[in-house]
Design a protein around this ligand. Structure first.
Ligand code: NAI
Ligand code: MG
Length: 360
């Protein structure tokens, strides 16, 4: 049977960028004989409008069954007044939690044609291709005890960094598996100098590393890692780190390469019966209400998210490269959506114009 894909366009520019991905999926069916069983459903504000919840149970059940989920973006000013429990973001959080997506993959890749766009010197970023693996379901954002308590005559805000060996083991495994398919280097980042969770993190990652003798493992304190990431990012291949450090490091790494409209991501969980991990793919950007409905959004982040799905969920690495190569060519030809143009840039193409160029 065909590989299955659940598409959740969501809100704002989500449906606009996803429309271009749909055309590319159709192209793969027509031109490459690669046909997907695609189903589409609502998430976020769109789901709330129809069902009164940002993720219907039926949609959740479908997400658990398919080979991969591709999501656009959720949220918008219209929903800011909603109760916390039904906010659009809750739909996304529920997907991540119930699918137990513990490894968040954030590539920082710099297309040569956009190297001038980076805040760093061109030779520091040109050709950059690194992958940050952030632990996504544990650590200080979830650890107990937490809360704001009274102590003496003032209040104290408390959060707890907590990692079990199995939580570290599984995300480390994701990182080593990735490194085997890439540059065969893993750099693990923590603060073992000041944190017990960091000491355990380093121990467990080292143990897992012994099962991957081909992969070169190094360790770095996360603050030093942040410096190295800005100084000479090309020294890295795969970086694996915890939830908090990964949040910061991946956002910083993202900006090495330019626009939010270019950044894909994947969140992976445990392997399914077919050996591939449970997976949710989504652009890093949000629903961009400021440009929604105007045909201005850059669809590349969403298209690259689909390329990641081709590679990690459908075992179609060569087809993923074909798609990435098409994007590289389009950018080298000077095709730009508005977000990729500087002050005195040429005329931008529309969302569908960028889709046309990629397809061509
Ligand atoms: P945002 O990512 O939606 O937009 C930030 C800026 O980047 C805006 O100026 C926007 O126009 C621009 N931008 C974003 N994606 C673009 C693209 N593909 N092409 C061209 N320009 C692009 O973040 P913001 O404004 O903070 O949040 C807007 C809404 O999205 C909020 O409701 C927020 O909660 C939600 N959000 C959802 C996320 C998700 O679905 N994963 C992630 C981040 C925010
Ligand atoms: Mg962040």
């Amino acid at each position: 049977s065909n590989p299955s894909l659940l598409i959740l366009p969501g809100d704002g520019i989500g449906p606009e960028v996803m429309a271009e991905v749909r055309r590319i999926i159709d192209w793969y069916g027509d031109k490459r004989g690669l046909t997907f069983d695609v189903s589409e459903d609502l998430v976020g504000g769109a789901a709330y409008d129809k069902h009164g919840t940002p993720l219907h149970d039926d949609t959740m059940a479908k997400a658990q069954e398919v080979d991969a989920v591709l999501l656009g973006a959720v949220g918008g000013p219209k929903y800011d007044v909603l109760d916390f429990s039904v906010k659009p973001e809750r739909g996304l959080l529920r997907l991540r939690k119930e699918m137990d997506l513990y490894a968040n993959l954030r590539p920082a890749q710099c297309f040569d044609a956009l190297a001038d766009f980076s805040s760093l010197k061109k030779d520091v970023v040109a050709g950059l291709d690194i992958m940050i693996v952030r632990e996504l379901t544990s650590g200080i954002y979830f650890g107990e005890p937490r809360g704001i308590i009274e102590e003496g005559n003032e209040r104290v805000g408390i959060n707890t960094q907590r990692y079990t060996e199995s939580e570290i083991d599984r995300v480390a495994r994701s990182a080593f598996e990735l490194a085997m398919r890439r540059g065969k280097k893993v750099c693990s980042m923590e603060k073992a100098n000041v944190m017990e969770s960091g000491i355990l993190w380093r121990e467990v990652v080292t143990e897992v590393g012994k099962e991957y003798p081909e992969v070169e493992l190094s360790h770095m304190y996360a603050d030093a890692g942040a410096m190295q990431l800005c100084r000479w990012p090309k020294q890295f291949d795969v970086i694996v780190t915890d939830n908090l450090f990964g949040d910061l490091l991946s956002d910083a790494a993202a900006m090495l390469t330019g626009s939010l409209g270019m950044l894909p991501s994947a969140s992976l969980g445990a392997p399914m019966a077919n050996g591939r991990p449970k997976a949710l793919y989504e652009p890093v950007h949000g629903s961009a209400p400021d440009i929604a409905g105007q045909g201005k959004a850059n669809p590349i982040a969403c298209v690259l998210s689909f390329a990641m799905a081709l590679r990690y969920s459908f075992d179609q690495g060569a087809e993923a490269e074909r798609l990435e190569k098409a994007i590289e060519t389009v950018l080298a030809d000077g095709v730009r959506t508005a977000d990729l143009l500087g002050e005195e840039g040429a005329t931008p193409v529309s969302t569908s114009g960028m889709g046309d160029a990629i397809l061509a």
